[in-house]
Design a protein around this ligand. Structure first.
Ligand SMILES: [Zn+2]
Length: 459
């Protein structure tokens, strides 16, 4: 009896202290926390921490045994749930899933689960089945707890999802993920980029504005780069005739590339390792390459010599994907074909004359790509018009994530995102027209004497 009296007086003291605290900080939370600790015999904050640790342990138990990557708590998801769960309507789990994917667009697959019970320990048992069947792609989780009126019932929300890494050629090379997070460089729209491992080159087209904002391709070692980064700044050690006009320099370089690069139909030769791209130095050393290899070789050389040149990726007639080079010199636009017959300097390859069967989709130089400003608009043979082309630098794609607060419910089946959030990826896979083999220029020579093209001698 005495013992009981002491217990009650201690409790009364606690209640009084709680009341004083509530006076300053708001009545309900303090009383609720105390009421909860009497009821369950545990401190709420401590038990919540333990609940989270136990939950993560249970989720990872099978993963560790299977040597899979473990699931981690995502502070961004956690913070969003802490803000939104207290007022969230939990009737429709699809709505909840959509809200998550709107607020945290880098979440690809998402599983949502809730449980209600008188103690956190009982809640944990309810998540047992959920935690045993999360997909291996799921990488992160968040959880939040709320109490019912009076604090006697706890409700927990657990979200497990695949949090995507930022897209970059480097992560594409290093990580074997099937999807990445990205933002359009034109309109800043956040979205998902889904990739197939069989692809050796791909263009990223924004699902919102439909414009392409990056193109990547894999090199000979299987490493991805932005296509403009194949233009490494290489130029063969050629010696030019001092009196050569800019136009004849252009023609000379063009004929040297023709002479030194044998056209190979890359994808046909090695079907599995389709279409690895070459830098200009690699093409120079190999003495061969397909259309984009020779176009890169030609363009790199021209850029180094100060020409306003771009590689074009697009279609040639009915032959499909192709690559060629365009140059602007003294207000004239030239189209240089690096796989076919050497140009005849007396018959300048002006875009207006030779360009009718060429339809470009993307242009690039050393630092930027140029995307069609209005995709699908009829092509008007304007390779250097800022109205037709929008310039973006793929390297300016910076990792960022911005959580956006919003309101919110049980589906343990992961939900795939809706297709309107996913970038359309295409393969700019140029396969080209036949190449006419021309006079060889010695390859490993330290200095080349540039031979004049056929009718050189004045424009
Ligand atoms: Zn866009």
């Amino acid at each position: 009896m005495l013992q009981r009296l002491i217990t009650w007086s201690v409790l009364a003291g606690v209640l009084l202290a709680g009341g004083l605290m509530a006076h300053k900080q708001g009545l309900t939370s303090a009383i609720q926390e105390k009421a909860h600790s009497w009821y369950t015999g545990e401190n709420m904050a401590t038990s919540y921490t333990k609940f989270r640790v136990d939950l993560v342990d249970r989720l990872n138990y099978a993963r560790i045994a299977n040597k899979q990557e473990i699931i981690r708590v995502d502070p961004e998801l956690d913070a969003w749930m802490a803000t939104n769960f207290p007022t969230m309507a939990m009737e429709d789990m699809n709505t909840v899933t959509k809200q998550i994917q709107t607020a945290l667009p880098r979440y690809y697959r998402v599983s949502v689960c809730t449980a209600t019970g008188p103690s956190l320990k009982l809640l944990l048992d309810q998540f047992q089945e959920f935690s045993s069947k999360t997909n291996p792609e799921m990488s992160h989780l968040g959880c939040a707890i709320r109490s019912s009126v009076g604090g006697l019932t706890q409700q927990a929300l657990v979200i497990v999802g695949q949090r995507l890494r930022d897209f970059s050629p480097e992560t594409l090379t290093q990580k074997k993920d099937d999807a990445y997070f990205s933002r359009c460089l034109h309109c800043k729209h956040p979205h998902i980029v889904r990739v197939s491992r069989a692809q050796h080159s791909l263009g990223l087209e924004c699902p919102n504005c439909r414009r392409t904002y990056a193109v990547v391709a894999s090199d000979q070692k299987g490493q991805f780069r932005y296509v403009n980064e194949f233009l490494t700044g290489y130029a063969p050690p050629a010696v030019f005739n001092k009196d050569l006009s800019r136009y004849f320099q252009l023609m000379t370089i063009c004929s040297a590339v023709h002479g030194n690069c044998i056209y190979t139909r890359d994808p046909g030769v090695k079907k599995d390792a389709t279409d690895a791209w070459q830098t200009s130095l690699e093409t120079q050393r190999l003495g061969q390459g397909d259309c984009e290899d020779s176009a890169i070789y030609l363009c790199d050389w021209l850029l180094t010599r100060g020409f306003n040149a771009r590689v074009a990726l697009g279609r040639y007639g009915d032959l499909g994907g192709h690559a060629w080079v365009v140059v602007k010199l003294e207000d004239r636009e030239y189209l240089l074909e690096s796989t076919e017959a050497m140009p005849d300097p007396s018959n300048p390859p002006l875009v207006s004359k030779v360009g009718s069967r060429y339809v470009p989709e993307i242009l690039f130089d050393r630092f930027a790509i140029y995307a069609r400003s209005t995709p699908g608009q009829t092509w008007k043979n304007e390779y250097f018009s800022p109205k037709t082309w929008t310039r973006v630098e793929p390297r300016s794609l910076t990792p960022e994530s911005k959580p956006m607060p919003s309101g919110f419910a049980q589906n343990s089946d992961p939900t795939e995102v809706d297709p309107s959030r996913v970038a359309r990826t295409s393969q700019p896979n140029p396969a080209a027209a036949p190449f006419m083999e021309l006079e060889e220029i010695p390859r490993d020579a330290a200095v080349w004497k540039m031979p004049l093209p056929m009718s050189a001698g004045g424009k």
